[in-house]
Ligand binder design. Structure first.
Ligand code: UDP
Length: 377
């Protein structure tokens, strides 16, 4: 049978890559990989790193694209593909508009939907952003829910999802991370290579989340500038997101600071290496807060709430919001209180053991009646 992975953004590409590789390696399935191109450049970079050549590229993006247009162009493109390809199941990942569009298009064709990273919930449906609604809409029409943790499984059970349709796999981001970080890829920028081997303490920062764009991100920029001035022995590394709104808010406060290194988004291999070098991670990213704990790195998350509470409970992630003063004091505390640092760095990583893709492929085989699921995470 043909399985069709459908994805479009950088985080989906990273999390789907181990599944695509496991499907390719499996003798049970053929796969037809479809990308929408929702994040063109960063998506292509990840596929290249993992040696994945998409079979179909819907290339849906247009200037000033609305979410409705992402949705309709994806559904339209898939409609034609499903008629030619007749996949036995599609697999979508996470909470983007690409993934919900993929699920809806498949459902209308009577094709079973497999949802990777199912069951995350922020419990904030009417926030101005679509992720929670995307997750919930996809769950409603999914045949096989691949929950990364028991917390996400219980969210699904609370919504009356049949228990037998849920498999706890762990998050495939840990599969991607572990195979990539092992390669210790060199940095293309010699300055980063020098930094990584210098033994200097690195604070790795990423910010892109829409809810933080504007005033909150300007505060992030000012907090980073204060940290840089207070800590001359620390280097702040900020791979700046491509979105100009992010850059215009964060970067002005950082001009002229010698111990702040602003880069383009790092290729995934380089980013994971920088994660492994970092002393502390400051981020509003979903994927980064899942990855850093399995490398033993304390993470300060610049958000008020998270749909990923497991690492907060485990003690490796702390939610600190976006207040400038709070960011400054939380980073300072981690830098100067060894006990506090050790408690966060030594906490258990709750997100996976590197076998999520293997469990995913086995669960799909069971769904299609040609195999059995294996032990859960
Ligand atoms: N990432 C990367 N290069 C960077 C910054 C992040 O490859 O310069 C990776 C990171 O390792 C993680 C993913 O991108 O796996 C997270 O993507 P993002 O923060 O854009 O989205 P989110 O996870 O918040 O949906």
């Amino acid at each position: 049978p043909v399985i069709m992975p459908i994805y479009g953004t950088r985080p989906e590409a990273i999390k789907m890559a181990p599944i695509v590789k496991a499907l390719e390696a499996s003798e049970l399935f053929d796969s037809t990989v479809v990308v929408t191109g929702q994040h063109r450049e960063m998506l292509d970079q990840v596929n290249e790193l993992f040696g994945i050549t998409p079979d179909e590229d819907l290339n849906i993006m247009q200037p000033n694209q609305t979410l409705n247009s992402v949705m309709t162009r994806t559904i339209d493109g898939l409609d034609a593909l499903f008629r030619q390809n007749k996949p036995a199941a599609v697999i979508v990942q996470g909470d983007t508009t690409t993934s919900t569009a993929g699920a809806i298009a498949a459902f209308y064709h009577g094709i079973p939907v497999v949802h990777a990273e199912a069951g995350l919930r922020s419990f904030n449906l009417f926030s101005p952003f679509p992720e929670e609604a995307n997750r919930k809409m996809t769950s409603q029409i999914t045949s096989l829910h691949l929950a990364p943790t028991s917390v996400s499984k219980s969210n699904l059970l609370t919504e009356n999802t049949p228990a037998e349709d849920i498999v706890v796999t762990g998050n495939t981001v840990i599969d991607a991370l572990l195979t990539t970080v092992d390669k210790q890829v060199p940095f293309s920028d010699p300055a980063l290579e020098e930094l990584a081997t210098s033994g200097r303490k690195v604070l790795l920062v990423t910010t892109h989340r829409r809810e933080n764009q504007g005033g909150a991100m300007e505060g992030v920029g000012r907090a980073l500038a204060r940290i840089a001035r207070a800590e001359p022995d620390l280097t702040i590394v900020l791979p700046a997101h491509k979105n100009p709104v992010v850059r215009e808010a964060v970067l002005p406060a950082l001009e002229g600071l010698e111990n702040v290194v602003v880069t383009e988004p790092l290729a995934y291999g380089e980013f994971t290496r920088m994660l492994s070098v970092a002393h502390v991670v400051l981020t509003d990213s979903g994927g980064v807060q899942e990855e850093a704990p399995s490398l033993g790195k304390p993470v300060l998350v610049m958000r008020e709430n998270t749909e990923r509470p497991e690492a907060v409970t485990a003690g490796t992630v702390r939610l600190i919001g976006t207040d400038e003063e709070r960011i400054y004091t939380e980073v300072e505390e981690l830098l100067h209180h060894a006990e506090h640092y050790a408690a966060m760095a030594n906490a258990v990583n709750p997100y996976g053991d590197g076998r999520a893709a293997e469990r995913t492929v086995a669960a799909i085989a069971e769904l299609l009646g040609i195999g059995q699921r294996i032990d859960e995470f």
